[in-house]
Design a protein around this ligand. Sequence first.
Ligand code: ADP
Ligand code: G6P
Length: 732
Amino acid sequence: MGKTIIISNRLPVQLQISNGTIDAIPSVGGLATGMKSVHSGGESLWVGWSGLTDEETPAALENEIDVALKKHGCAKIKLTEKEIEGFYFGFSNRTVWPLFHYFSEYTEFELEFWNTYKAVNQKFADAIIEKSHDNDTIWVHDYQLMLVPQMVREKRPNTSIGFFLHIPFPSYEIFRTLPWREEVLEGLLGSDLIGFHTYDYERHFLSSVRRLLGLDVSFNDVYLENRVIKVDSFPMGIDYKKFASAAKKHDSNGKDSDLQIKLNSHKQSAPGTKLILSIDRLDYSKGIAKRINAFEYFLNKYPEYKEKVRLIILAVPSRSNVPQYQLLKREIDELVGRINGELSTVNWTPIWYFYRSLPFENLIDLYTSSDIAWLTPLRDGMNLVAKEYIATRTDKTGVLILSEMAGSANEMNEALLINPNNFEEQADTLKTAITMPEEEQISRNTFLQKRLERYNVEVWANEFMGALNRKSEENEPFISQKITDTILEEIQEKYAKAKKRLLFLDYDGTLVGFHKDPQKASPDDELYSLLDKLHSQENTTLFLISGRDKQTFTKWFLDKKYNMIVEHGVWISTNGEEFKLLEKVKGEWMEKIRPVLESFVDRTPGSFIEEKNYSLAWHYRNTDPDFGAKRATELNTVLTSLIGNDDISVLNGNKVMEVKSSNVNKGRASVRMLGEDDYDFVFAIGDDWTDEFMFQELPKSSITVKVGLKKTQAKYHVVNTKKVRDLLKLFA
Ligand code: ADP
Ligand code: G6P
């Protein structure tokens, strides 16, 4: 087992230099605070940015910096001021952050930001490649590093790479507006496992992968040509013990901090008043301004609570070089000033506002002293503050009011959930919280605490790593075996020794790739020459076996005299003769079925009917993938009820549904050909569901090969049409 390498932009500590000495200050933000506990408990190396630019780092201190970081199990990536400007303040926080939090109006699409983002991601990737070995596990974090998995994969194809996104993944309708959307998806798909906080983010991601990259997705697996990527949701937990025991110690140690003394004196001077707490980074996604407005609304709606409640707002400075954050700072300063100015009395200031980062002990002072936590993000990937507040409530009292738009709301149903845009609801919920009986608070928090204690950050990390390790172990999630060099040699040897060979080659998706227009997927010169060679070999019977119509194959192959079976086994042509019927089939049913398919074409843009002699195929490759799949299910139901127990059946192919006579399929046709002579080498290759009939019905000793990574009855698989040709070239 190798080590785990954690990689993120933010390290758990930020370095600052004052008077020539280095200070390491704990980082704020869910990623750093959460992962810190995971990191300190294990054997991992954490690579990231130190918080200092190259320009801020005196050369003489380089060494000391490395030593300071090493103490925390960290190593640094060096970044210049210019890189931080374009990568961190630019693409990460002026493009991705607003876009992924549905603030399209704040999103800036700047080519220069994007170029720097790519270059800096490459820097991170290079550092990982340098610091890791093949058997290490790489865990990349968050939206600042979405290209890193692919960049590492290129150099380290066999390394196990996980990626976790700590912010929401937006709906396809939002994500599609990003000019570099494909590159970002491809970057992420360099991973083996991609994790999100919630199922909603996961499904938005999968939907973008299908629509923008046209990749196949089955449940939560994404199929690339030669790899399968797992996508799953893992809601991040907190270090429950750390918060719960800090709160216990806080209650019992008898030595109060200055902040706690101030909080106590407030409580003593105004007994019975309630403290409402909110803690966030100063970020527009957190809905701080709306919250302050909603507080004013509440005090006007329920004036009896004036002088009875106080709102404490703790906002941590964040990303202050980004213009939107500067505007927000000004807006909040003004709002707090105005409301306090208008409503304060001699004995009472409605809002206490702190704009700073606080040491852990003071966070605990605030959590344990507040009767209500009020968190109103407009969008939030998770929101750990909500979980931390509950964990510190040692006597189980306290009320959590939480926005539905936070990822954590999914797991915290016992909290009072609100829509942050609904002031009426918020005012009423505040009243409910203030008047909630203690037994009800205890009962709600008992549930919440149990869950948070059980699914803590350690369990979260173990679940992610466990899934990543299982993914790496099950390199072979398929029933079939990949054709290795040794297997190739064996097959080649059998081929050479065989006295009589029979080959069945499917066409589309096997010998050639798919094309939007099936007529354009015509054979190229290389394919002709390969087939010519095989066809002319002694003691070798080659069949092209396809669902195509006979006109097309006549045009492409008849004068080549290859043996052909088309329309899944209706027609056969050997030695350049005209096609003959192989099976007795009826076609009267077509008049009934055609109008049904036509109505589906009308209602499903991009789909079309392919009409063959004895079958009708409805193609939906060019439709919206979700919509096409939905319509296919609908069509299947309609057809099944229409055809009853008639002798026609419906075949579900690769983005095509085909209606044809039941007694026709590739399995039956291939077995008939097998009976014509005494073959000692039988080979069948195909990519599609319809080829499975051959794989099933040919004798066990046959060599059956599936093209692509899908579940199959075939013995072996190859990944793409190029590999098919390489394999056939060995026979030729
Ligand atoms: P985000 O990751 O968007 O900042 P989270 O609520 O998930 O939001 O995480 C915030 C983390 O930062 C929490 O672990 C919290 O304890 C910590 N934090 C928030 N405010 C402060 C503060 N003023 N001082 C120190 N730590 C803070
Ligand atoms: C969120 C992001 C983190 C980030 C944190 C603090 O939690 O998901 O990646 O580290 O905010 O933001 P900052 O820009 O200071 O790193």
